[in-house]
Ligand binder design. Sequence first.
Ligand code: FAD
Length: 572
Amino acid sequence: MHMSSDPSRLGPEQRSAALERLNEERFDVVIIGGGITGMGAALDAVTRGLSVAVIEQRDIASGTSSRSSKLIHGGLRYLEQFDVPLVREALRERGLLLSKLAPHLVYPVPIIYPFRHRAWERLYVGSGVMMYDLLAATGSNPMPWHRHLSRTKLLEMFPALNPQRFTGGLLYFDAGTDDARFTMFVARTAAKNGAVIAPSMRVNGFEREGHRVIGVRATCLESGQDLTVSARVVINATGVWTDDVEALVGDRERNVTASKGIHIVVPKDRIEASTGLITKTKKSVLFFVPFDEYWLIGTTDTPWNLGLAHPAASRSDIDYLLDHVNALLAEPISPEDVVGVYAGLRPLVSGDVESTAKLSREHAITHPAPGLVTIAGGKFTTYRVMAEDVVNEASLELAGRVPESVTDEIPLVGAAGYETLWTNRERVARESGLSVDTVERLLHRYGSAIEDLIALIEERPELGEPLEGAPGYLAVEASYAASHEGALHLDDVLTRRTKISIEEPDRGLAAALPVAKLLAEVLGWDDATIERELDHYRARVAAERDSQTQPDDRTADATRMGAADVRTLAWE
Ligand code: FAD
């Protein structure tokens, strides 16, 4: 196997090559923002034959795209608002991802909707879910049909529910994914097709020719080096940072606001159930999402006007969730059962843009200056449609005909060969010396790229050992995160390539040193760098823990901001 010639690889050598290209080339499209929207747009544009670079200020998916409920869903609640086209479109995307584009990363999730009332609720929710399944059936839909549940059946599937409160329920299917890893796979697929992926690079200005935007000015946060990148058209895909980036071209309007949503992480065995759960609360929707050995439980929905990079969950956010959860369960869970917490910001497009700009479905595309196109809003599930729309708009700036989007025909890296490996997983286990369980887990995390990991273990058998401090992972996964998956810091690996920072009760403190040593080999860190990475990670964990004991947003934010950003520390 010639891994170094793998064009989807995002390792240190590829980063150097990417920086050279940024300095030298004039790109058709430069995209600011490496969340799912920006990476989706990169894949769309590069597979239409355009030259593309993505510039991301921190890590791939470090913004909202690693902090979602991790569902690929049509959005049952949009049916209540009769938004049938939106739901149909999202369900079509769900089917496409499950069956063709990312069968290794996207999986069905059974979810129950418990009823508190008798006939009317079953009729009302039942007809909504019937419509949901009918809409899904018009696309390629590999999901089972929903089922009505008696009270006995409901309690059999979800024994943890308080039997006094429920009269029956309904079982339906949606899909789930690891959002941060999914985004990284979209980035690798874009790289495989020729896109430059440049994390740790902050855009701080635009190059102009008169009014026209002809490029961006950026700073590499690893070296402190400034550079100018030329573009025929720039796409602003910065989510909740949209207005800050537009302010750099002098647009002072505030069009995108942020709403905070938090999740708590609870070990599977604390809540006995074989399915996920959805229920409505007064303010929003409450989800229990099964995720590996854990439940992700969320979410909240509150306005947020503080720092955007590291939104903090406060004591009152956590109490709010615990109160709602405990109103459903026979045996309450306590703050001690919460092993992890994360907070994300929804980019909400405000009413002004809706009335003045081209509003397409749930997302808005605007053209604030010649040479600059902005996309904001939408949701993870429909990233491919958003990408197509924004690249169509950007194409208006490019001379000559740009071919139509083809991403519905482009499986993500790791998809090709995945089904065959899955069918033969026992043989893969035998030949590699790994357990069948491990092979299954790796196939879900890497798809057919599992072959890269097995080759690395063959070269260095110690990489096949469980990771110290986080035995659910193998040592090779940390190493591969830096050599192939674009990770540049300890935090990238503990938070986004793996989920150790929210899965381990110590938030990854025990795994930090072993992981840092593995990264040091790939990234060429000296002892001082290892120390700096460890100090930063420990400070971050301490600040996050502290912030979660603070009473409100303002105090929680002030506490969280006590820990500096590793990407600024790297060169200051
Ligand atoms: P982001 O992921 O935030 O990406 C923007 C990027 O721009 C960031 O990485 C940032 O660092 C970068 N950036 C900003 N400024 C600069 C600069 N100057 N230079 C370079 N880079 C810059 N959707 C679903 O489909 N299913 C769900 O279950 C779901 N649950 C959700 C739950 C919560 C609590 C939240 C908050 C959202 C949820 N969503 C869900 C919505 C979904 O997560 C978002 O719509 C999506 O992740 C937004 O992606 P994005 O790329 O637009 O933004």
